[in-house]
Design a protein around this ligand. Structure first.
Ligand SMILES: CC(C)(COP(=O)(O)OP(=O)(O)OC[C@H]1O[C@@H](n2cnc3c(N)ncnc32)[C@H](O)[C@@H]1O)[C@@H](O)C(=O)NCCC(=O)NCCS
Ligand SMILES: Nc1ncnc2c1ncn2[C@@H]1O[C@H](COP(=O)(O)OP(=O)(O)OP(=O)(O)O)[C@@H](O)[C@H]1O
Length: 234
């Protein structure tokens, strides 16, 4: 199975690119979705309890669900609080991502995309190949972030500064999608990326797919049968 890493900066256009992959029939595992309420921060779950114990009941809504904008405000304006949240949530997020990948493997997917904003920061880049980075200039990033989330320039700047610089991420990429232009320009680049992603699997990728694993099992079983039947071997 080919596990494509999709990353970039906040509001650089990862979800927009993810949607293009989904529309082309390629399954996407989204780390932000795994990290959201219905999974890692679900009311009463292990992750929820640890986060409430660390940040206090003031981060809860009257429904006792996590008030995400409030928690975001806290962690994006303090390095130590963000690191604490990352430490608490990391094991739940990586386990969640692992299960989502396993589900796709079981369905027989040959190529999947994992959309992980902090792919390099949490060192998951070693599990994905190729790595696609969606890059924008900081000016465009701030403009789109303020426009999408209704944030002030200061809050948007804090969120951008909370991540590894996009120029550094770009230097670590196998494929770069430049998303400063309009959606047509993005679509043109996406078509090229899609053909690259869909090229035939390497042998290593094939053995990692469900079909590859079953082929190995089939070969081993028939090998054992032949050896036993014809009394070959020790
Ligand atoms: C702080 C939270 C509650 C804010 O929620 P909110 O709904 O406002 O934002 P959302 O989850 O949609 O994330 C938006 C973007 O923020 C950026 N981001 C999220 N968490 C972090 C983080 N810990 N450090 C840096 N950037 C982050 C990502 O680019 C992400 O795509 C939430 O982002 C969260 O739970 N973060 C910790 C989990 C995490 O690390 N997620 C990233 C997955 S690798
Ligand atoms: N090429 C483009 N032209 C105009 N707007 C765009 C373009 N690409 C993305 N956008 C807009 O920019 C905003 C950010 O894009 P998107 O939500 O895909 O980013 P993201 O990287 O997934 O963000 P996050 O890290 O917060 O999840 C959205 O409002 C999206 O509609």
């Amino acid at each position: 199975m080919r596990i494509v890493g999709l990353t970039g900066g906040i509001a650089s256009g990862k979800s927009t690119v993810s949607n293009l992959f989904k529309a082309s029939g390629i399954p996407v595992v989204d780390a932000d979705v795994v990290a959201r309420l219905e999974n890692v921060l679900k009311k009463g779950s292990g992750g929820w309890k640890r986060v409430v114990a660390a940040f206090g009941e003031e981060i809860l809504l009257p429904s006792r669900e996590v008030d995400r904008p409030k928690l975001g405000q806290m962690v994006f304006s303090s390095d130590s609080k963000r690191q604490l949240l990352n430490k608490l949530m990391a094991p739940y997020i990586s386990t969640g991502i692992f299960w989502e990948i396993l589900k796709q493997w079981a369905k027989g997917a040959k190529v999947i995309v994992v959309d992980i904003p902090l792919l390099f920061e949490v060192k998951m880049d070693k599990w994905t190949k190729p790595i696609v980075v969606v890059w924008v200039s900081q000016e465009t990033q701030l403009k789109r972030l303020m426009g999408r989330d209704g944030l002030s320039e200061e809050d948007a700047g804090n969120r951008v500064m909370a991540q590894m610089s996009l120029d550094l991420k770009r230097s670590k990429a196998d494929v770069v999608i430049e998303n400063n232009g309009d959606l047509d320009h993005l679509n043109q680049q996406f078509s090229k990326v899609l053909s690259e992603i869909r090229r035939p699997l390497t042998w290593t990728e094939f053995w990692r797919s469900r079909q590859g694993t079953f082929s190995v099992l089939g070969l081993v079983t028939s090998g054992l049968f032949v050896c036993k039947h014809f009394s070959i071997g020790p």
